[in-house]
Structures are given as C-alpha cells and as structure tokens.
Design a protein around this ligand. Structure first.
Ligand SMILES: [Zn+2]
Length: 317
C-alpha cells in the first residue's frame, strides 16, 4: 500500500517532536521559576555582577556593528588578560543582532530558555540511552523477540514457541490442566487428578496437565503456607487440603500478576516495602536456609529433578 501524501518525512517528524519537547520544558521552567520568569524577584550575584554587564556590552557592540575585542566593564576595565568568555558568548551575539541590546529582561528570559534547553538535552540523552538499552542482545533463554526502534518485547522460557494452526493450538491447550488465573477454571479437575495419583504432591504441582502455570517457586512456597510436605503422595491428601492448595495458588498467582514479581510473604511479615525488596527476598522457603515462618532449618531434596525446600515443623510428613 502506498503511503498517504500527507505523511511527514522522518526528520521533519523528529524536529517537530524535539520542538514540542522544548516547548514543554519551557512551560515547565517558567512554572518552576515563576518569580524569576515574571521578574518578581531578580537574579543576583554573578548573574547581575558579571554576566549582565558583559553581555550588555558585547550585545551593544554587535548592535552597533563593532567587534567587542576589549570589555571595559570586565576586571575593572583593566586589560589584564585576554578573556573571551563574555565577548564571544552566542546569546549576546543573538541579542545584539536581533534584539538591539541586552538588558535585565533579556537576562531573565534567556535564563529560563537555558533551563528549557538543558531539560530538552537531558530528555534527548535519556531517550538515546533508552534506545540503546532496547537494542541490547537477547539472553540465551529468549525464544521470541519483537523489536522496534526504541522498544523490544521478549518471550522467555515458554513451553512451546512455534507458529501453529488453530487446531494445533487447541490440542496444546487441551493438554493443560485448569489455569488458576482464569475465573472460569475448574478446580475439581485438579482435585480429582491429585487424589487419584500416587505421585508426590510436589511433583503433581509442577505437571502442567494437572495444574497450569505453577513453577518451582510457587510449588515450594504454597506447600509451606498450607503446611503440606512436598513428598506426600497425592492420594494421601484430604480433599480439603487439595482445595487449600488450589485457593493459595490462585491467591499467590493473582498477587504475582498484580505486582509483577513473586513475593509470597504477607505484607506485615516484611521488614521493608515490597518495592524495596531485593530479588529473591520475601519468600518463606524457596532458596532459603531456614523457614521464614518458624525459623526451623529446612529440608532440601529433589522432586521431579528440581530442588524442593520443606520445613519439618510447618510441613510434617
Ligand atoms: Zn516452618
């Protein structure tokens, strides 16, 4: 399809974006420095002792078509050393040629413009680094990556990542157990599978055709919270215990989605706000040495080829 005639070329779009950033920064600078911008309070110290007379002289010289090689207002008028700071300053050149001089008002307006320029530069610099971050090479576990100029989206560690037909998709999802994150999930399917199985509950929780979406962290944490040893066979559990596991999995997964991180401890048990927890903090047993609920040293063993953690006190066998 042909691009419409009204489409703007890239560089024009960029200029327009940069200009709108600058205008927003200008509004922000005027608002933040309102007393200065409105000249309610004047700038002081070096601004009026040095910059104002130097700029005033240089702009005046430019306005009258002479070149300010020597500034009588600088260093008490003594030609002590060659100092080009004020004479060649571009804002004095601009004010001299286009405004006819540099006064107190010019000083204040240009001060605000400088703040806006600095803000715009910082914004563009941050954008530059954001684009570079997005361009970082994907990790080895990434299976799918969608990339644009300044953003990238990655899919890490999916069960299956392939282009499939709708029938194949149905076949894959049909093999999955109930999904605790879905409102219409059927927990009885999970309960029946667990109660009929001789496999340990720690293994069943990781089998995606029994219950979908539970990994090693949630397996370890949920079993600790409901007080069940991961090595107990599914059929040795009471139906109420299975229901308690389901309810806790639902609660934890919803919290995880909302916070975009796995913190299983209750807010009251945490020593700091959730946003300040380090990676891996806020868990009772997963990769811990002692139980986060009672302090007992944890049993560490293997279930389904993955390390499991269990508290002998909270999760009796
Ligand atoms: Zn414990």
């Amino acid at each position: 399809m042909e691009a419409p005639d009204t489409a703007m070329p890239d560089h024009a779009l960029r200029w327009r974006t940069d200009l709108s950033v600058f205008l927003w920064m200008l509004v922000l600078a005027v608002a933040a420095y309102a007393p200065v911008a409105c000249m309610q309070y004047a700038l002081k110290w070096d601004m009026v002792d040095c910059y104002l007379p130097w700029r005033h002289f240089a702009a005046d010289a430019f306005a009258h078509g002479t070149f300010p090689l020597w500034d009588p207002y600088q260093s008490l008028g003594y030609p002590i050393y060659g100092d080009l700071r004020s004479v060649f300053y571009p804002d004095a050149l601009f004010a001299g040629i286009f405004l006819g001089g540099f006064g107190v008002r010019t000083l204040h307006v240009l001060f605000i413009v400088h703040l806006a320029l600095a803000g715009t530069g910082m914004y563009l610099l941050a954008g530059h680094f954001a684009r570079r971050t997005a361009a970082v090479a994907p990790a080895a576990t990434v299976r799918l990556r969608l990339e644009m100029d300044d953003v990238a989206w990655e899919l890490t560690g999916p069960m299956r990542c392939a282009l499939v037909t709708p029938d194949e998709k149905r076949a894959v999802t049909a093999r999955l157990g109930p999904d605790p994150l879905r409102r219409n999930a059927d927990p009885t399917r999970f309960r029946d599978r667990v109660l009929a199985s001789a496999k340990p509950i720690g293994l069943l929780l990781m089998e995606q055709d029994v219950i979908a979406g539970v990994g090693n962290v949630y397996r370890s944490e949920v079993l600790n919270i409901v007080g069940i040893d991961p090595r107990r066979p599914g059929r040795s559990l009471h139906p109420d215990e299975v229901d308690a596991i389901w309810a806790e999995v639902v609660r934890q997964l919803r919290l995880g989605v909302r916070r975009n991180r796995i913190v299983t401890m209750d807010r009251a048990e945490l020593s700091k706000p959730i946003s300040r927890l380090l990676r891996g903090e806020g868990r009772y047993v997963y990769k811990q040495e002692r139980c986060g609920r009672c302090g007992t040293e944890l049993d560490v063993f293997d279930v389904a080829g993955r390390t499991a953690w269990s508290c002998p006190t909270c999760q009796p066998g």
